[in-house]
Design a protein around this ligand. Structure first.
Ligand code: PHE
Length: 468
C-alpha cells in the first residue's frame, strides 16, 4: 500500500496484488444484480429474447466499456472525475469531460441508496431462515407445515413494515460503511478476498442442487429460446441497462477500482475475466432459480420478488431446507456486500480527495446521504412519486423503482456513450494504446467497438427504448 499523503497522488492506495484487484472487481460486478435483478428482469421481459440480447450487450458493449473505464482509472490514479481530468490533460483535451465521471459518481450514490434497501431484505431472510433452523432442527425442510402463500407473503409483510425496512437497510449500509472506511487494502480487499471465494463455493453447491431437483429443462427452454418478436425497444433497453448494472458500468465504480491497479496488471485480460465471471454467475443464477420457479408452478414475471419469494418455497421441500436457505441468503449477503462496498467507494473516494477529508469522515458523509435516500424509498414503498410517476418511463412507480430505472436506463447508458466517445475519439490514442494490454486483432476490434459500435448501438437503443 502506498503511504498516504505521498506527493501528487496524495492519499492514494493500491491493491496488494493483481488477484486482489480481480477479486475486488469481480466482487463489485457479482452481486444482487446477478442473483436478484437478472432473473427478475429476464422474467419481466419474457425470457429468451432478453437473455440472448443481454449476452450480446455484455460482449459487444459491456466488455469494451469495462476496459475503457479501468483504463481511465489506472491512468489517472485518482477518484473517477479526477482520473478523467488527468487523461484529458495528458491528451490536451478539455477537462470538462470529467463530467462523465461526475455523473457516474452521482449515479453510484443513487444506486447505493436502493441497493442497501434490498441488502436489508437479504438480512431479513437470513433472520427468517436462522430462526426456522432453530425451530425445526437441521434435517427438516424449511417452514414445516406452512402454506406456500404464507411463505410468499413474507416479503409483502416486510414491505408493509416501513420501520423494519428502514432499520434493515441502515444495518446493511452500516456494514458497508465499516469496510469502506477501513480503506482499500485492509477493508475493501479483505471483503473481496475472503468473501468472494466463499460465495463461489456456496453458489456452486446450490446451483447443482437446483439443477438436479427442479424443472431444469423448462428453465433452459425459457431462458434460451430466442423469440425475435419479443425483442422490443423496451426489452433491449432493459437488457443493456441490466448488462451495465451487472458489470458495474457507467457509474464510475470500475474507474475507481482501476485507479488502485498497478502498472503491471494487464487490463484487457482482467476485463475479460471480470465479464466472464459476472455473466457466468448471472446465467447460473437463472438456471438455479427458474427450475425451482417452474417446479413450484410460480409465475416467472413477478419482478423484484422473484428470488425472495420463489426460492424459499423451494427450500421448504428440500431436506436440510432451512440450512440450505440460510446458506443461500448468507451467500447473497456476501455477494451484495462486495458490490455495495464498490458503490460507496466511488463517491467516497471523490469526496475525500476533492475536499481533503479523512476517509472515514467522507464515508460517513456519503453514507448518511444514502441512508436518508434509502430510508425514503423503504418508507414510501409502493407510493408513486408525485410528478415523476406520470412520465411514461416511470409510470406509477415508487421512489425505489424510479431510482432503479433512472440509473440503469438513463445514467448508465449515457455515461457509457460519453466514456466511449472520450476514449475512442478524444483521448490521445497513444496513451490509450499503452494502457489497454491488447495487441493485434483484439486491439483493433476493441478500438472499432469503442469508436463506432458501442456509441451508435447505445444511442439507438436509448432512443428506441425511451420513445416506444
Ligand atoms: N454490479 C453490481 C451487482 O450486480 C451492482 C453495482 C452496480 C455495483 C454499479 C457497482 C456499480 O450487484
Amino acid at each position: 500500500m502506498a503511504a498516504a499523503g505521498s506527493g501528487a497522488r496524495a492519499g492514494h492506495e493500491n491493491w496488494s496484488s493483481r488477484s486482489a484487484f480481480i477479486l475486488a472487481a469481480v466482487g463489485s460486478a457479482v452481486g444482487l444484480g446477478n442473483m436478484w435483478r437478472f432473473p427478475a428482469e429476464a422474467g419481466e421481459n419474457g425470457g429468451g429474447a432478453f437473455v440472448l440480447f443481454y449476452i450480446f450487450c455484455v460482449l459487444l458493449i459491456g466488455l469494451p466499456v469495462l476496459l475503457s473505464e479501468v483504463l481511465i482509472g489506472r491512468h489517472g490514479q485518482a477518484n473517477a472525475p479526477e482520473s478523467v481530468r488527468r487523461v484529458a490533460r495528458d491528451s490536451k483535451a478539455s477537462e470538462g469531460w470529467s463530467v462523465l465521471a461526475s455523473m457516474g459518481v452521482f449515479a453510484a450514490f443513487l444506486i447505493l441508496s436502493f441497493y442497501c434497501v434490498v441488502g436489508g431484505w437479504v438480512i431479513y431472510y437470513i433472520g427468517v431462515f436462522a430462526s426456522d433452523l432453530f425451530q425445526t432442527g437441521l434435517t427438516g425442510g424449511a417452514f414445516e407445515g406452512r402454506a406456500a402463500e404464507d411463505i410468499e407473503g413474507l416479503l409483502p409483510s416486510l414491505f408493509g413494515n416501513g420501520g423494519l425496512m428502514v432499520g434493515l437497510n441502515l444495518g446493511f449500509l452500516a456494514v458497508t460503511m465499516f469496510f469502506v472506511s477501513r480503506g482499500v487494502s485492509s477493508g475493501i480487499e479483505w471483503v473481496a478476498v475472503y468473501l468472494m471465494p466463499l460465495f463461489f463455493l456456496l453458489f456452486l453447491g446450490i446451483t447443482i442442487y437446483g439443477a438436479f431437483t427442479g424443472n431444469f429443462n423448462e428453465a433452459v427452454a425459457y431462458l434460451f429460446t430466442f423469440d425475435f418478436s419479443k425483442l422490443t425497444g423496451e426489452v433491449m433497453l432493459a437488457a443493456v441497462g441490466q448488462a451495465f448494472f451487472s458489470l458495474s458500468l457507467g457509474v464510475a465504480g470500475m474507474m475507481t477500482y482501476g485507479a488502485y491497479a498497478n502498472r503491471e496488471t494487464n487490463l484487457g485480460e482482467t476485463s475479460g475475466i471480470i465479464a466472464s465471471a459476472d455473466t457466468g454467475v448471472a446465467l447460473l443464477a437463472g438456471l438455479a432459480i427458474f427450475p425451482i420457479v417452474f417446479a413450484a408452478g410460480l409465475s416467472a414475471s413477478i419482478g423484484p420478488g422473484l428470488m425472495f419469494q420463489s426460492l424459499p418455497i423451494a427450500f421448504q421441500a428440500m431436506p436440510f431446507g432451512s440450512l440450505i436457505g440460510l446458506a443461500f441468503f448468507i451467500m447473497v449477503f456476501f455477494a451484495a456486500l462486495t458490490s455495495s462496498v464498490s458503490l460507496l467507494e466511488a463517491p467516497t473516494a471523490w469526496v475525500f480527495e476533492k475536499f481533503k477529508l479523512a476517509r472515514p469522515v467522507a464515508t460517513i458523509i456519503v453514507g448518511t446521504g444514502a441512508a436518508v435516500l434509502g430510508a425514503l424509498s423503504g418508507w414510501f414503498w409502493g407510493a408513486p412519486v408525485p410528478g415523476v410517476a406520470s412520465l411514461a418511463l416511470f409510470e406509477g412507480q415508487d421512489l425505489f423503482n424510479v431510482l432503479d430505472g433512472v440509473t440503469a436506463k438513463l445514467f448508465m447508458p449515457i455515461g457509457a456513450i460519453l466514456t466511449c466517445i472520450f476514449v475512442g475519439w478524444i483521448a490521445d490514442a497513444r496513451l490509450i494504446d499503452k494502457e489497454n494490454g491488447l495487441d493485434g486483432v483484439l486491439h483493433q476490434t476493441w478500438r472499432a467497438l469503442v469508436r463506432y459500435v458501442c456509441p451508435i448501438v447505445l444511442a439507438v437503443i436509448l432512443v428506441v427504448g425511451l420513445t416506444g
